[in-house]
Design a protein around this ligand. Sequence first.
Ligand code: GLA
Length: 677
Amino acid sequence: MPALGDATRGRVLFGGDYNPEQWPEETWADDMRLMKDAGVTSVTVGVFSWARIEPRPGVRDFGWLDRLMDLLHAHGVGVVLATPTASPPPWMGARHPETLPRDEDGRTVWWGSRQQFCASSPTYRAYAAAITEDLAARYADHPALTMWHINNEYCTHCWCDETARHFRRWLTARYGTVDALNEAWGTAFWSQRYDTWDEVIPPRRAQYIRNPAHLLDFRRFTSDALLECFRAERDIVARHTPRTPVTTNFMPLWSGQDAWAWAAEEDVVSVDVYPDPKDPLGGQYNALIADMTRSQAGGGPWMLMEQAAGAVNWRAVNRPKPAGLNRLLSLQAVARGADAVCYFQWRQSRQGAEKFHSAMLPHAGEQGRTFREVRRIGAELAALGPEVAGTRVAADVAVLHDWHAWWGTEQEGRPSREVAYPEVVRAWHRALWEGGHTTAFAHPEHDLSGYRMVVAPQLYLLSDAAVENLVAYTEGGGTLVCGFWTGVADEDDRIRPGGMDERLRALFGIGTLHEWWPLARGETVTCDGFTGSLWSEELQAGDAEVVAAYRDGELAGLPAVLRRGRAWYVSTLPDPDGLRDLLGRAAAGAGARPVLGGLPPGVEAVRRGGLLFVLNHGREPVEVAVRGAYRDVLTGATVAGGALALERYGVAALREAGRDGSGTAPGYVGRGGSGTA
Ligand code: GLA
């Protein structure tokens, strides 16, 4: 099976989306000059080129793309060639309105932007297959081709009649009979019983709260329907180029795709990630997405397909990245396993919806601060490539995450609309990140035996197999820490008797779960050692130790955190310090150690291959105490027996002096440290 290494060939790829069809061809020579200057080794071409390649149905214009591919090859730049199927040309919607998506109200989603296709439309699929076939046939043997990029950020949802037919086929395969569907969806409630398959429709606008199991299955179906589109195009390109890796770019922690299922179908897992420069914890978010993507790639190298060199254009206020932040986040991705650091996009557009979105080469041009920083990153990645490309990142703590559990929590009639699954996952990852642990992500049914500690921030819905897996993991010696609102429902969103799976209640030593007590936004509850927010639970301990109790409010005196041996249950969301301490205690008991102890706040340490990366996410310089002798492969400087100085947003990539880069990671480096972040 092809892999990212087939495209990187021992390098860390550097580049971005390249949309030269937006520019006169005279500009291309300047692009080549500046790409060389910046150290660009890879560009993604053709993502939105459908109307240019197929200006009217069946017509092909590949001339410009032939010239472009040749030009890039002549300049030593590899091409990740995209199928253009994310943005059908206007002629498709005009001639074939059935290819246009319909929203929940039945309203048409028109052309004029992008991604206006119905994944269930046979007409859309036929056109997409035809252009993919011709593209693959034409460039299969082109020496510039290094990878295929299918579509772009699959995200379209549709509620049309064609989708309804497709949904019914999907449900028939899942349930077999309408009776089984009725049972799974609990349609005895509110007279929702279906008599025939034809009565089943996508969950369109309705009078009041809709059936949650229906909504859940529609999420599953939509992810699968889009995946069918991906597979169809992937199979076409793979037939032409069996040794060329194939990817499609995920959006970060996005609810629309079950990325565990998708990643299993890709040769290369790639992601687009845009931390908000205004967010003081943007570095933690970047780390989370890196950890999740690397885990989807089986712990091996992954591709940062898109990030912004500066500002984006889609937040309420779009701040550029301050000097050094682009470099910091790029090197952080490498430290956490990326073998490709790429951007949206190479040259900033002068027209269209993204003319205010930054690029590697922004409006300010080659003299601008952004381009100068891009050039520095390109040079540093060239130096880092031989040190890290193809290597793995060790993690002995895993965070459990499952899209189906997420979908289950997002239903309309739930105890609290203030609980947002991604926020809870992020809070738990933050606690581990600030505690200095390198984390992986895992699905609750994965083999967890390689981890010393596993945490489940929130898994509302768990299959029997998942429950048994968690129990077996803990009984096998693993430490499990679960957050609130976990194990509540089965795969069909049927509440488990007692409000939580009885095997889990036994595991945590919970006697009775009397009630869920969600907290209003801003409301807090005092517990032993921390303050809780978002949620609390009226629990009675069974044979568990009460680690912390509620100290005020309705639940005063009742357990907040329970522990039975290696299984911990946390029934609220502790404040950041409290959660960090709690998970730190559990980790210490599990033998999971931080990469480095006692780092100053905002300083991150990660080992990859033979290197120890130390990254300062703070806006102030900081010093980290160092024991032993190292060489910083980014600067060539020797770091020995003293303090490692990191400037604001500074990064060091340390190799133990005397090692050739292929040896084991350096040992202990720092303890304590001064300065603030
Ligand atoms: C996504 C898309 C790109 C571009 C960027 C803007 O990552 O894939 O085409 O629109 O967002 O941030």
